[in-house]
Design a binder for this molecule. Structure first.
Ligand code: GTP
Ligand code: SPV
Ligand code: MN
Length: 597
């Protein structure tokens, strides 16, 4: 035992009495303990140790075939009143849900070990930090949490005798899809997850705590928890300006957060620094009235497929050591890993094991048939932030970084232009509320279907979406020097379905315009949807396939498709229900009027 905190000890006793583990092990954050757990996981086949020379301290893990992504349909917000969870979340009354869960938990850890993980989201002891304890019967979860969060005895010291921590209980049970539940009790600071062993379902510090529970706390306490990357653009004169960007799952946050500037920018001395790739906690700094952001995580749980030396060299270098790979291809020739889009050298038949653990024949791979993939489309790497070549020197900052711009974005083949700027915080909140994106493999279900995903938070708001929007509006009134709000779309396609914009590193060209707008250094055209760049103001120097006409096309607004979209937005607002703020309905009517004028 590493604490005398009776709130902690009593809770662990209760959970152990229910789940009946053979033993309880406290995770202290030491290397020695982590190393022993890695060895144990390798001895049982839960993980495979990879080539120590090529991939030092790296491991491979395969999840169950039915357990490869977040399960939004089985994710619940359990508030006493249904309207406090709202219509976008699944809801069940806390007592009813607990009764159901307790049956699944009862005796589920018999013959197993329960690990107690004390962890912090944010730097231990900082004003931003919040503490949690996760109980789990999975070594894989322990080892991932050791990378993704700050774990150890110092968390318990910082917590002291306080009851103020988030209780998380995870049991693998039978990995039974039909009885899989990811549940949140924001009114009592509890998270309970059962019958999964996959990432976002079981690393309870991440989506469950740092977004769903934290968004609830943020509303109560006057701050914000958002599905946002945080990056700094360093100018040749040494100034660094920070941007937060909210894109839905698998829509480019990790890639943007670690981007390498195009040659013409690099030569001038531009640099980009990564503060975070998935989650931002935002608070108003009373000293300068600006919004400040911290990344509460300690590592990256990044999408593997598509990550390569050209698209994201920084991510690739980050995951060359101290990394856990989940559901990628095992190259048995040199005991390394591979995934679609890494390079043109897949391991040959006889030397390749796919994500399901079966021999894989790369010659049978058919891009259009996902069942022929070697790596699962949502396969991931868990890697330490400190191993990232472009990690910001502010990564461990206690007060966070001041945010100049908030950027929303999604995957839209049509409709959304490359970039536009909202006309005010209220209008920007509206722009966030009407975000839409094509679904990806990050969540179970169909891929490529356009759905509304406000602020990229549809699966992650721990309360009523209408109240969440009201909180955004309220925050805007309280921030004296608020960031400007923009919307981007890297995914516009031509008639053949090819991406028109080169994306990745070249996205800096768009960030450059955004930051110039924040400092009133560039004009823009006011359109029905907001400010759009003059085509000549997007720097295309050094780009081969992009001309001024391409930019004109990319920033053009197809009024007909926007007008079509209005009906869908109205339906979505109606679904969110009676807590949609009147200001957003005003914005919607005004947009419709401008489009039809
Ligand atoms: P989560 O970790 O699920 O929250 O996702 P993320 O937003 O961090 O997504 P990530 O950066 O891992 O992007 C995943 C997918 O988007 C990959 O298939 C990338 O290749 C693709 N992608 C990222 N940036 C761009 C871009 O600028 N253009 C295009 N065309 N694709 C991109
Ligand atoms: C996402 O789906 O947005 C992720 C991965 O970042 S997970 O942690 O599984 O939620
Ligand atoms: Mn995410």
């Amino acid at each position: 035992m590493m604490t005398n905190n009776k709130f902690v000890l009593n809770w662990i006793d209760e959970m152990a009495a229910m789940t009946k583990p053979d033993k309880i092990v406290w995770i202290d954050g030491s290397d020695a303990q982590a190393e022993a757990l890695r060895a144990e996981a390798c001895s049982t086949g839960e993980m495979f140790k990879l080539n120590e020379e090529l991939l030092p301290n790296c491991y491979l893990h395969r999840t169950a075939v039915n357990d490869v992504a977040r399960v939004e349909g089985r994710t619940y917000i359990c508030t006493e009143k249904q309207e406090d969870a709202g219509n976008i979340n699944n809801w069940m009354a806390p007592a009813e849900m607990k009764e159901k869960l307790f049956k699944l938990y009862r005796g589920s850890m018999k013959g197993r070990t329960m690990y107690v993980i004390p962890y912090s989201m944010g730097v231990v002891g900082s004003d931003f930090a919040k503490y949690g304890i996760e109980l789990t019967d999975s070594i894989y979860v322990v080892l991932n949490m050791l990378i993704m969060t700050r774990v150890g005895t110092n968390v318990l010291e910082a917590l002291g005798d306080s009851p103020d921590y988030i209780k998380g209980l995870h049991a693998r049970a039978d990995i039974d899809e039909e009885n899989r539940y990811i549940t949140h009790f924001p009114e009592t600071n509890e998270i309970m997850s059962v019958n999964s062993g996959y990432g976002g379902n079981v690393l309870l510090g991440k989506k469950c705590f740092a977004l769903r529970i934290a968004s609830f706390l943020g509303r109560k306490e006057g701050w914000m928890a958002e599905h946002m990357l945080i990056l700094g653009v360093e100018y040749p004169n040494g100034d660094i300006k920070y941007i937060c960007a909210a894109f839905p799952s698998a829509c480019g946050k990790t890639n943007l957060a670690m981007l390498i500037p195009p040659a013409i920018y690099r030569e001038k001395g531009y640099k980009v620094w990564c503060v975070g790739d998935d989650i931002a906690w935002l608070r108003i700094n009373p000293e300068d009235g600006k919004l400040y952001a911290v990344n509460p995580e300690n590592g990256f749980f990044g999408v593997a497929p598509g990550t390569n030396e050209k698209s994201n060299p920084n991510a690739l270098h980050t995951c060359m050591r101290d990394t856990i790979f989940t559901n990628v291809v095992h190259n048995t020739k040199d005991n390394t890993v591979w995934w679609e889009g890494l390079d043109n050298n897949p391991p040959q038949p006889g030397y390749a094991i796919d994500w399901k653990g079966n021999p894989w024949d790369c010659t049978k791979y058919d891009k259009k048939d996902k069942s022929t993939c070697g790596a699962h489309p949502n396969s991931r790497f868990t890697a330490l932030a400190k191993n990232c070549p472009c990690i910001s020197s502010e990564f461990n900052s206690l007060k966070g970084v001041p945010i100049s711009a908030i950027v929303f974005g999604g995957r839209r083949a049509k409709t959304a232009p490359l970039v536009y700027q909202s006309t005010s915080w209220q209008n920007g909140t509206f722009v966030g509320s009407i975000m839409a994106s094509e679904t990806t493999a990050a969540a179970a279900g169909a891929v490529g279907v356009v759905r509304r995903d406000p602020m990229a938070m549809r699966p992650f708001v721990g309360y009523n979406m209408g109240d969440y929007w009201a909180h955004w509006l309220e925050m805007g009134k309280r921030i004296p020097n608020a960031p400007k709000i923009f919307h981007v779309n890297w995914f516009r396609t031509d008639d053949e379905g090819h991406f028109i914009w080169p994306g990745f590193g070249d996205n800096l060209r768009v960030l450059d315009w955004i930051l110039a707008r924040c400092e009133d250094k560039v004009e823009a055209d006011l359109t029905a949807i907001g400010y759009v760049p003059k085509a000549e103001d997007i720097n295309i120097e050094g780009l081969e396939d992009v001309t001024l006409d391409t930019i004109k096309e990319l920033v053009s607004i197809d009024k007909a498709s926007w007008i079509d979209d209005i009906a869908n937005i109205k339906e979505f607002y109606a679904l969110v229900g009676d807590r949609v703020p009147a200001e957003l309905y005003d914005e919607l009517s005004a947009l419709e009027a401008r489009l039809k004028a």
